[in-house]
Design a protein around this ligand. Sequence first.
Ligand SMILES: [Zn+2]
Length: 222
Amino acid sequence: MRFAEQRTALAKAAARLAAGGLTHGSGGNLSVRADDLVILTPSGCALETVTAEQMVVVDLDGRVAEPTPYRPTSELRIHLDIYRTTPARAVAHAHPVASIAVANTADELPAVHYTAAMLGGAIRVAPYAVFGSDELRDAVRDALRDRTAALMRNHGSVAYGDTLDIACAHLELVDWLARIHLAAPGGATLDATALTEVVQTALARHYTPFGPESTTPAGSDL
Ligand SMILES: [Zn+2]
């Protein structure tokens, strides 16, 4: 079976999100890019039990590129659009409780902690549209501008990165920031100047750069 490495990594990342409580039922999906193809979780799977063999391979237009009894995730359009419009190499989407709570009550998740710089700053909320729709795809694209993550009202969150591990870490970071915001609504936030200072300090200390241009998170000291 081709793409064994990517299939295994996807199953592992799916189990990670499920174990972290970032989704519920069959919600959530993941993908990773390999040249001009995308390997992704199948429609209707539970992240906690999906296996490497069940992953689906499509081209960048969404055509299934490997024979399989499984159908690609219903959020395929979001994944493909992110690969077309960002430097993403992997995309993670889930239905985390705190992220949805913020998405339902605000237009953005403010930078409540300096690690928000890793995501490009405050996280926008994409307005609600039904799953699998062009409207939702477009809303997510707009919300992701200059960011590596976005919230989706009445739905969930999405994040991307250079690897599946980084995409998952970004999704987890968004939910952690959302929990802080919910615990202290109206609390202090960081502005763009402060976040730029975080990035510059990380660069000066030779931590791996982060932000929307490089999707790699910073060193462990940050
Ligand atoms: Zn979803």
